[in-house]
Design a binder for this molecule. Structure first.
Ligand code: HEM
Length: 508
């Protein structure tokens, strides 16, 4: 995967404990009715100039130039406090960043009927240009309002029910075991994986989500896979889509007034993704039709596509395609982050290996290791919501139709929420109430790597099962080590962990 255009800007090990001030900030929420609200324009934030807004802060020499998503939040919080305003510019509306868990709770809870998640406007534009009837769906990532609600209620029972998701356990374990064989076969004499580590993790992620979505192996592990194979193309397109959408929809861009080069590139990428995903879906549907005379499959044996085809064909096609978009880089980066943290904390890795070797059915430490990785290196830096009513947040008047960023990545590193926040301590998710590390002492809205409420991640249960299955097989098979400087994480809609990937996989 080409990622050289992206400059590394976040170094995990330099993350400092800087959050003492949030102790006082967290206490601030709604003033009594009699208290006068401060105006919207008084919300602190980087200084703004007419027309160009705050753009200069992001240019060379500016305070935000080349600052990563994680440092970005930390830097802003340190300088301006728990609420920070960015003025709109070049077609981007204003947005407010929130670093106060209680205020985030206030907004997320009250926006939980028909939550509007802004972002991915250019993808929305592309998809709507293909589907003219506004009542027709384009997918969960891009739809809002009743169209979103209708779609979501159709897919929820198939994708979120733990019992149904567990049906994929053995299939996913088969993928994990095949990936271990592949990893063994591509190690060099230093026990490092030959080739690109991120592509390897993406191949695992695509093979896994492909199997759940379509019920068939995509053969991502074929040793002779050509670079221009649909599988490799899909992986590159997904990555480029997240990077390009970040340029158009999360940074100031003129595309809403003028079709910029990046916009034209994005339209081609979105088209490519739709075509490649459709290629896989069509092959699957043809095979299903060919085998339709055979004995009927039980529900346990059906993929998400097959289950949804029984309910609504339009929804089935869109959801399968979106799974091949949202279900690749998310799980692959989380696995990479987990491996890094376990490699840097060998005693935690040993403890996890012991739990796996015990053969016990429930594996709480495995779950805790992934939770703790998502606290420290979440794949999404924040959650977004558009306000549908006026709010009083921390004494400021926030009008309807304002974009809010719930900065969970920064809040989950607050020392007062998670003591010894910069240490990898999976035990915090398991210890009892009496222990000072007990996770339940943290504000429940300080940690939300999968979002919140009715709009939270639809792939959560599938992602957790995939990651638990694969991580268990890796730790059972290898002692994972890391050498050299810490990992680098760069922001591009998602947090991307970039090379060099100094992992060593020694046989256990
Ligand atoms: C580590 C893995 C993953 C993480 C951390 C993650 C995180 C998230 C987050 C934070 C959101 C926004 C939630 C909100 O607005 O409240 C989201 C939405 C979504 N995710 Fe995931 N995700 C992961 C894996 C997946 C997978 C495997 C799939 C595919 C099945 C997927 C599909 C989606 C979709 C379609 C949405 C939009 C849901 C909606 O708006 O109704 N995600 N995810």
């Amino acid at each position: 995967m080409k990622s050289s255009r992206l400059t590394p800007v976040f170094c995990l090990e330099t993350y400092q404990k800087i959050y003492a001030r949030c102790l006082s900030a967290n206490a601030a929420t709604a003033p009594r009715n009699s208290q006068k609200l401060k105006s919207y324009s008084e919300i602190p934030g980087p200084s703004s100039l007419p027309i160009i807004g705050q753009t200069r802060h992001f240019l060379p020499g500016g305070e935000m130039y080349n600052v990563s998503a994680l440092k970005f939040g930390e830097k802003l919080y340190k300088k301006y406090g728990p609420i920070v305003k960015f003025d709109g510019s070049f077609g981007r509306p204003d947005f407010i960043l929130l670093f106060d868990p209680e205020s985030c709770a206030q907004v997320l809870r009250s926006e939980n009927w028909l939550p509007i998640r802004p972002g991915f406007d250019s993808l929305k534009y592309y998809r709507r240009s293909k589907v003219e009837d506004p009542k027709k769906p384009t997918g969960l990532i891009t739809d809002q309002g009743d169209v979103w609600k209708q779609f979501r209620s159709t897919v929820n029972p198939v994708m979120l029910q733990p019992k149904i998701v567990q049906q994929y356990r053995d299939m996913l374990d088969e993928v994990a075991r095949d990936m271990i064989l592949r990893m063994k076969s591509i190690r060099d004499d230093k026990n490092m994986l030959k080739g690109k580590f991120d592509v390897e993790m993406n191949l695992w992620a695509l093979e896994s989500i492909g199997l759940v979505a379509l019920g068939r192996r995509l053969n991502c592990f074929d040793p002779n896979l050509p670079e221009d194979s649909p599988v490799k193309k899909l992986i590159q397109v997904v990555h480029d889509t997240f990077v390009t959408a970040n340029e158009l929809d999360f940074k100031p861009s003129l595309w809403k007034y003028y079709k910029t080069r990046t916009f034209k590139k994005a339209m081609k990428l979105y088209e490519s993704h739709a075509n490649i995903a459709r290629h896989f879906i069509d092959i699957t549907i043809n095979e299903l039709e060919k085998n339709s005379g055979n004995a009927r499959k039980s529900d346990d044996e059906k993929s998400v596509l097959e289950k949804l085809l029984d309910i609504n064909k339009e929804v089935a096609l869109i959801m399968a395609s979106d799974m091949l978009f949202a279900g690749v880089d998310t799980t692959s980066n989380t696995i990479t982050g987990s491996l890094y943290l376990l490699a840097k904390n060998q005693e935690k890795q040993d403890k996890l290996r012991e739990e796996i070797a015990s053969g016990q059915e429930k594996r709480p430490y495995l779950k805790a290791c992934i939770k703790e990785s998502l606290r420290m290196i979440p794949v999404t830096p924040g959650n977004l919501r558009m306000t549908t009513v006026d709010y009083n947040i921390l004494g400021y008047a926030i009008p309807k139709d304002t974009q809010l960023g719930i900065m969970h990545q920064t809040m989950s590193m607050f020392e007062n929420e998670y003591p010894r926040a910069d240490e990898y301590i999976p035990e915090r998710w398991m210890v009892s109430k009496e222990d000072p590390l007990y996770h339940g002492n943290a504000h429940p809205f300080a940690y939300s790597p999968f979002g919140f409420g009715v709009r939270s991640c639809i792939g959560r249960r599938i992602a957790e099962l995939e990651m638990e299955t694969f991580l268990a097989r890796i730790i059972q098979s290898f002692r994972v080590e890391w050498f050299g400087p810490p990992i680098q994480v760069i922001p591009a809609s998602l947090n991307y962990i970039t090379g060099p990937y100094n992992f060593v996989f020694k046989d256990v």
